[in-house]
Design a protein around this ligand. Structure first.
Ligand SMILES: Nc1nc2c(c(=O)[nH]1)N[C@H]1C(S)=C(S)[C@@H](COP(=O)(O)OP(=O)(O)OC[C@H]3O[C@@H](n4cnc5c(=O)[nH]c(N)nc54)[C@H](O)[C@@H]3O)O[C@H]1N2
Ligand SMILES: Nc1nc2c(c(=O)[nH]1)N[C@H]1C(S)=C(S)[C@@H](COP(=O)(O)OP(=O)(O)OC[C@H]3O[C@@H](n4cnc5c(=O)[nH]c(N)nc54)[C@H](O)[C@@H]3O)O[C@H]1N2
Ligand code: SF4
Ligand SMILES: [Mo]
Length: 551
């Protein structure tokens, strides 16, 4: 039987389930999916209870609070569209929901500010390109199904880490973190000087290109190149590889984990515009697209919302957390912990035990994707993949059944599960050509300063975990020149907090960087609740860090 992987991932793979065995062209998470121990029994204040008791407890808690004192917080542990059926209940009920992003919000805002809307570059176009620039995306880990498309293409990688793709690339610019804005601006400037801009395209779609060129001229070349650790040779080499070629600039979330993430993405887009990449075969700028493009919600979703990045949980009496592990994955864990500690009722609805389930008063196990009906889309390519139930499970409750229970109890209208899935199935999800009608260039430069004396925190995705699901990493990766020993336990600190981790020496990491993967316990002690200037997004790499020996 055919279904699809439910995880928050570029690839959205097809999954075959036969006789209890999962197969398909899958990554390690899915191959070992059924080995990860799920929560099977609901608990209240640590004591095991039945599912009926758990549902009734939830009903009681909701009845005992004013709707305005209830917060519903949803994460991205499962990417299925039916996850939102619980949102339908809580919006209708009058609870507060969240907005903003722990993920790609800053980059998305930068795209919208420049191009007007975020239409992603279709994978079928990437397949036709001659040159692919991976800019802050790590395909071997996060997007492995794009790799077969790269055969015979020139590869350029811009990443502070010598990733696997960087080692295979024709050109790797091992840039200093958050140097991307300046690199993109200087690339546009030198492209203009060399006469490489697509003037015909610019005249039609981006008429302020000369003003933008003037803005790029305000950047001092030598000083800036030194600051971002890029050479004039790198710029020349990159331009030589892309000029008059079909180019795909494939960006990931790595470029925008900063307060000014939107401007960084917009500067990269501007380089793409100067090259005239939009609307041409094999050309474009890819990022995480809008996975809901063409899909209207059949659910009621109007609600008061608070930002997901710096949520003040303590303003609420009851907090319902679904498909998320905020105690690990939100920035500024110390703040999150303190804020959640003041909440009277924390309800966790999820698949696995984690930091958040451990502090929850009421734990309700969810059913996994194999045991419920769903459908999903993707932020990487246009698709709708049905995810029918392929097996029965004796424990847990599906999102639909939980919503059914709550809607019945509180007299809120809910249609049949089938009708919602049909609604999604009939959505108009089609591949769109990546065109722009009018590009708005940035007109000022206003970036946060970096501290030369501290190290940069790089916190990307790990091969073995999906954020905090599955096998979580527990090391800090640093360059050998920093003088620490393999397996030595050290303290990493920022202005926000600290974490003690064992060292793994890796010279793939720049000597001014410290790498700790997403999902590593304690990594977000280091990060702060700053919200990006644009896009209401978390800024996991805004804080710089220092290291200390523990002996
Ligand atoms: N295995 C696995 N796959 C996943 C996930 C996972 O946890 N594990 N998570 C999924 C999710 S939720 C998402 S959002 C996607 C994200 O997937 P990606 O977009 O690939 O994101 P990251 O791994 O966070 O970062 C990508 C690269 O950016 C680089 N980088 C960091 N800082 C900078 C910088 O300042 N400049 C530049 N140029 N590069 C920088 C990092 O070194 C890293 O190699 O992956 C999805 N896929
Ligand atoms: N330091 C650092 N922090 C980061 C990031 C980073 O790169 N670095 N990345 C950020 C990004 S891009 C993202 S997207 C977030 C992700 O952060 P979260 O949204 O918190 O996602 P996960 O860590 O995957 O945890 C999700 C939980 O969802 C539950 N779950 C899984 N499937 C289901 C289901 O079908 N139903 C229900 N009810 N629950 C389910 C599981 O119990 C799992 O523990 O993390 C962010 N945090
Ligand atoms: S996590 Fe991503 S790569 Fe792995 S099976 Fe799911 S969609 Fe495919
Ligand atoms: Mo994400």
């Amino acid at each position: 039987m055919k279904t699809a992987c439910p995880l928050d991932c570029y690839d959205a793979c097809d999954v075959i389930y036969n006789d209890g065995v999962i197969s398909g062209d899958l990554c390690p998470h899915l191959h070992h999916y059924e080995k990860y121990q799920q929560i099977t029994t609901p608990t209240y204040k640590g004591a095991k209870i039945s599912l009926d008791e758990a549902l009734n407890k939830l009903k009681e808690i909701l009845k005992s609070s004013d709707a305005k004192d209830i917060l519903y917080y949803k994460g991205s542990g499962n990417f299925g569209l039916m996850q939102e059926v619980i949102e339908h209940f809580f919006s209708s009920f009058g609870a507060t929901l969240t907005d903003g992003s722990l993920c790609d919000g800053a980059g998305e805002a930068g795209i919208v500010e420049g191009r007007g809307e975020n239409i992603n570059m279709p994978i079928s176009e990437i397949a036709k390109s001659e040159v692919v620039i991976f800019w802050g995306r790590n395909p071997h880990t996060t997007n492995s199904h794009i790799l077969p498309l790269l055969k015979d293409k020139k590869i350029i990688v811009i990443d502070p880490i010598k990733t696997k793709i960087a080692k295979m690339a024709d050109l790797h610019i091992q840039i200093k973190p958050r140097g991307d804005f300046y690199l993109a601006m200087l690339l546009s400037r030198f492209l203009y000087i060399e006469g490489g801009c697509d003037i015909e395209f610019l005249e039609e779609f981006a008429e302020d290109y000369e003003d933008f060129y003037e803005l790029t001229q305000t950047i001092r070349i030598k000083k800036t190149l030194d600051k971002i650790d890029v050479s004039l040779g790198d710029i020349g080499d990159l331009l030589a590889l892309v000029e008059n070629k079909k180019v795909a600039i494939v960006c990931g979330v790595g470029i925008q984990k900063y307060r000014d993430g939107a401007d960084i993405m917009r500067a990269i887009d501007a380089f793409g515009v100067n090259l005239g990449l939009f609307g041409k075969e094999g050309c474009g700028v890819a990022y995480l697209g809008n996975s809901k493009d063409g899909i209207t919600s059949p659910f009621y979703t109007k609600a008061k919302r608070v930002c997901k990045v710096n949520t003040e949980f303590d303003k609420f009496k009851s907090v319902v957390i679904q498909g998320a592990n905020p105690l690990s994955q939100m920035p500024d864990t110390t703040r999150v912990k303190k804020s959640l500690a003041k909440v009277e009722n924390i309800i966790y609805f999820g698949l696995y035990e984690n930091e958040t389930s451990k502090i929850a008063d009421l734990v309700i196990p969810a059913k996994d994707f194999l045991s419920k009906n769903d459908i999903r889309s993707s932020y990487s390519y246009s698709c709708l993949k049905e995810m029918p139930k392929v097996k029965e499970s004796e424990f847990g409750v599906s999102e639909y059944d939980l919503s059914r229970f709550l809607c019945d109890e509180f007299d809120i209208e809910l249609k049949s599960e089938k009708s919602y899935i049909e609604h999604f199935k009939n959505s108009n999800v089609v591949e769109k050509k990546q065109t722009i009608s009018e590009f708005e260039f940035l007109d000022t430069i206003d970036l946060t300063k970096v501290d030369k004396h501290k190290l940069h925190l790089i916190t990307p995705k790990s091969t073995k975990s999906l954020n905090s699901q599955f096998k979580r990493d527990d090391f800090v990766y640093i360059n050998s020149s920093l003088g620490y020993l393999e397996n030595e336990c050290i303290k990493v600190s920022s202005d926000n907090g600290s974490v003690e981790l064992k060292v793994k020496i890796s010279d793939d990491v720049r000597d001014d960087c410290v790498l700790i993967y997403s999902g590593t316990k304690g990594v977000n002690n280091l990060t702060s609740s700053f919200v990006s200037y644009s896009g209401k997004s978390a800024c996991y790499q805004e804080n710089q860090v220092i290291l200390e020996s523990l002996d």
